[in-house]
Design a binder for this molecule. Structure first.
Ligand code: NAP
Length: 285
């Protein structure tokens, strides 16, 4: 039997509706959540991401503005912009669209953002909070995956969750959130020998590698839940994930498509973080 298709568009729309209601309630209290986005240079993909984030803000009633800086901006100018936003009480969330031009130091930038306004949750203080299980701001993509599992009523507790990938923005925080939800977690990476031996044990398999058709049907346990975070382009230029979708759908019990799976969740969770940041800075939580 074919697996249930987990629809990220439907679930992200539900999250955005919930966010819109929260924003309306905050406005009743004279709090207007506000997200500031810094965009350095003119990378077309980054411009699209920033526009999509602005649209999501408009949809739920969050105020947003973008500080557009030229590609040859120096590090100090960038840090000065961050410092101004940190000091502005009307700004609750700060996001710098990555990647930065090579001449700029990304690590120093992430450290400069006030952790309370760090809506990407990349600052080491927020990473630490995630590690000890007391984070308010959660990394958007892994938090989006957890939201999908909750929405679909997929229990994590007691399940063997195998995460493929150990990046700071997806794999590692994903593993921590699954662990916090009482999953038994295995993390695999490029040095893991015999990947299939691990994937075949997974009740929940989260793929965040970035390799088309890495996961074939013979690597999947019957009835497993497949979450495909990756966004790749195949030979025809079409978007695809790490999972060989059609054959794996015959083995899995539930699966996220690419596109239309985890992708839309990331922006929805960014909106959620902006609201959380506004509440936190207003003393409501
Ligand atoms: P990344 O930084 O390139 O990390 C990829 C990870 O995969 C690394 O940990 C790497 O291991 C591991 N890996 C590489 N080859 C492997 C193999 N053969 N077997 C097992 N593991 C292997 O990528 P990322 O930023 O985490 O993103 C992962 C994917 O998710 C990308 O396709 C990206 O476009 C997508 N993504 C989607 C969203 C969304 O909103 N849906 C958000 C962020 C990222 P090593 O650490 O050993 O090198």
């Amino acid at each position: 039997m074919a697996a249930k298709r987990i629809d990220g568009k439907v679930i992200s729309a539900a999250v955005l509706d919930r966010c819109a209601a929260e924003v309306a309630a905050l406005k009743e209290k004279n709090i207007e959540p506000c997200l500031a986005v810094i965009l350095v240079g003119e990378d077309p993909a980054s411009q699209v991401y920033v526009r999509n984030k602005q649209r999501a803000c408009e949809r739920i009633g969050v105020r947003s503005f973008t500080i557009q800086l030229p590609a040859d901006t120096d590090q100090q100018t960038l840090l000065d912009e961050v410092a101004k936003l940190n000091a502005d009480p009307a700004v609750h969330g700060i996001l710098c669209q990555l990647p930065l031009p090579r001449s700029l130091d990304e690590r120093q930038l992430l450290l400069a953002i006030d952790p309370k306004k760090d809506v990407d949750a990349f600052h080491p203080v927020n990473v630490g909070q995630i590690t000890i299980g007391s984070a308010k701001l959660l990394p958007c993509t892994p938090a989006g995956v957890m939201e999908m599992l909750r929405y679909e009523g997929i229990e994590v507790e007691g399940k063997h969750c195998v995460v493929l990938g150990r990046s700071n923005i997806v794999g590692k925080p994903m593993a921590l959130l699954l662990l916090q939800a009482n999953g038994t977690v295995t993390i695999c990476h490029s040095r893991t020998p015999n990947l299939a031996a691990y994937t075949r044990q997974a009740d929940i398999l989260v793929c965040a590698v970035g390799k088309e058709k890495l996961i074939t049907a013979d690597m999947v346990k019957p009835g497993a839940v497949l979450i495909d975070v990756s966004i790749n382009r195949n030979a025809e230029g079409k978007l695809c994930g790490d999972v060989d979708f059609d054959p794996v759908s015959e083995v899995a019990s539930a699966i996220t498509p690419v596109p239309g799976g985890v992708g839309p969740m990331t922006i929805a969770m960014l909106m959620q973080n902006t609201i959380t940041a506004a509440k936190q800075q207003s003393g409501l939580i």
